[in-house]
Design a protein around this ligand. Structure first.
Ligand code: HEC
Ligand code: HEC
Ligand code: HEC
Length: 464
């Protein structure tokens, strides 16, 4: 019958073709699901799977040094707990999680971990029982660590850390978001997978610096901006966003690239070394979450390693996508800002009463003891979180070589209202050539609610 095609369902040949196609699709879907399941639950391979690669134990001083470089203590200890017994609460966009017990206790810690299992946890984010770790554990950076350094860490934890019986706390992330297998895909997309490879075109000092910063030092976990999936947008110097400055946990870790205003453009290599070794230099004193990195890690780095880090950081060019006017001191700007009835003028009076005593009416601070506010990155960065936070909460004690700092930034949470802090910081950010964005009372209110006063106690986390 021309013009009338039979209904496909009535054509026996067609029907079996559709059925075959259906079966084929089902097989493909199942195979896909199987492959995905295999991918998400497989144990990655480690160079230490072969027992022959294990080698002799690492001497204590070297293994402890690697643990210092990687700052394992900062997250895996609490100020009132045993070293490496875990339990530190850490915020993630999905809810709070707790760091785990990594002492060699066989029941509650990592005492039964083989070197290959330890390697998979540290460099690939997979625990011994196969579950995936949240990237709050900085395995995307540790992936760059050398085999020798991973082995040194293992020897340190197994031989020199006291086993402590302390159960891990379960995370506060609720079902279904607490399922961990999707993290395998996250890792596949965002985490690094290969150890650091030296760049033959660069000198030895640069390569050592790159290794330390990108690998064990995991500086990017705070200083690199994050993408939609909480991923660091770059893990090495191949991108101009790497170490470009980022907000995390109520602090803003500024750019470590070559920008003249917001970055390290005005710092010399010697300035960087002094900051990481002594916690201070003529540009500033460590504060906020950098205090953790300084107190527990960078001050213990050798002079040679600090020189390498400084050399590498100074070679990172400014991000060309950022407008970058070099900062220059401008005494007139503070006088102009203080005139009239603007918020900045009201703020100038609060500054004189509350802050000038330490930071100087001219904003220049005092030597390397009291930070200058003129030209500091916390004032020039568009993100004002660090300034607001340090004024509300003060700063944790900077402990250098066992000696706590003599001067400390006091908290003003109880003395100043949101509006007063906003006006005063708007003045600071427009005085002395700072020419940055104003601060609003809402920004202060928001941070006031989600931050806490710094501790006035000098906290030094012991490793043994
Ligand atoms: C920035 C914080 C941070 C640092 C630094 C850090 N960790 Fe972790 N680590 C965590 C968190 C949080 C977890 C738990 C993650 C989870 O539950 O998914 C974890 C989990 C682990 C685990 C899995 C343990 C288990 O219970 O099975 C091991 C092993 C581990 N870390 C070792 C280390 C070592 C070794 C270092 C230093 C090289 C280190 N971590 C540095 C935060 C950190
Ligand atoms: C836990 C988060 C965190 C980690 C990890 C971290 N930093 Fe920082 N860093 C900060 C914050 C926040 C600031 C701003 C406060 C300050 O100046 O101390 C900062 C400031 C700095 C500054 C001063 C910049 C300026 O313009 O004032 C330097 C230099 C620096 N960090 C280097 C490093 C290096 C090198 C590493 C890795 C070895 C590192 N940081 C790791 C959070 C961190
Ligand atoms: C008792 C002395 C003292 C007073 C008063 C004081 N500060 Fe500070 N401030 C410090 C010290 C010391 C630091 C360096 C961090 C540390 O060691 O705690 C600091 C750091 C800072 C920083 C971080 C600087 C940087 O490197 O980016 C800012 C911002 C700041 N203070 C603002 C203020 C403001 C605003 C006031 C007035 C409301 C004020 N401070 C009052 C001592 C003081």
């Amino acid at each position: 019958m021309p013009g009338r095609l039979p209904h496909p369902g009535h054509n026996p040949g067609r029907a079996s073709a559709v059925k075959r196609l259906g079966i084929l699709l089902l097989v493909v879907v199942l195979a896909g699901a199987g492959a995905a399941y295999w991918y998400a639950t497989r144990t990655p391979s480690s160079p230490f799977d072969a027992a022959a690669n294990v080698g002799p134990p690492t001497p204590l001083d070297r293994s402890e040094y690697v643990a210092r470089l990687a700052d394992c203590i900062a997250c895996h200890s609490t100020s009132d707990g045993a070293p490496f017994a875990g339990g530190l609460k850490m915020g993630t966009p999905l809810g709070a999680i707790y760091s785990t017990n990594i002492t060699p206790d066989r029941e509650t810690g990592i005492g039964t971990y083989t070197l290959a299992q330890f390697d998979n946890a540290v460099r690939r984010g997979v625990a011994a029982d196969g579950h995936r770790l949240y990237p709050a554990m900085p395995f995307p950076s540790y992936a760059k660590m050398s085999d020798a350094d991973v082995k040194a860490l293992y020897d340190y934890f197994m031989t020199h850390v006291q086993p402590v019986k302390q159960l891990n706390r379960t995370s506060e992330i609720r079902w279904p978001l607490d399922m961990r297998w999707p993290l395998a895909f996250w890792s596949g997309i965002y985490a690094g997978s290969d150890p650091f490879k030296p760049d033959a075109g660069k000198d030895e000092l640069w390569n050592r610096g790159a290794y330390l910063v990108e690998g064990p030092g995991h500086c990017g976990s705070c200083h690199t901006p994050r993408g939609v999936a909480f991923d660091e947008v770059a893990l090495d110097d191949g991108s101009s966003h790497y170490l470009g400055g980022a907000g995390l946990d109520g602090w803003y870790a500024p750019s470590l690239r070559g920008e003249q205003s917001i970055g390290l453009g005005r710092w010399s290599e010697a300035d960087i070394v002094a900051f990481l070794k002594h916690g201070r230099n003529a540009h500033g004193v460590v504060f906020g979450s950098m205090t953790d990195a300084y107190n527990n890690s960078t001050q213990f780095m050798s002079d040679a390693d600090l020189a390498a880090i400084a050399h590498y950081l100074k070679a990172l060019p400014a991000d060309p996508s950022r407008a970058d006017r070099p900062w220059a001191y401008d005494a007139e700007a503070a006088r102009t800002a203080a005139i009239g009835t603007t918020p900045a003028a009201a703020g100038a009076r609060i500054f004189t009463a509350r802050c000038s005593f330490c930071h100087g009416q001219d904003g220049r601070g005092q030597g390397q003891w009291l930070s200058p506010l003129a030209g500091t990155s916390s004032a020039l960065a568009a993100d004002s979180a660090s300034m607001v936070n340090v004024v509300l909460n003060g700063s944790d004690r900077v402990v250098s070589g066992g000696v706590p700092d003599a001067y400390r930034m006091p908290p003003f949470r109880a003395q100043l209202s949101d509006a007063e802090i906003a006006d005063m910081l708007t003045f600071v950010r427009s005085a002395w050539g700072n020419a940055s964005t104003p601060v609003t009372a809402d920004q202060v209110k928001d941070l006031r609610e989600r931050s806490r006063p710094a501790s006035s106690e000098a906290i030094v986390l012991q490793m043994r």
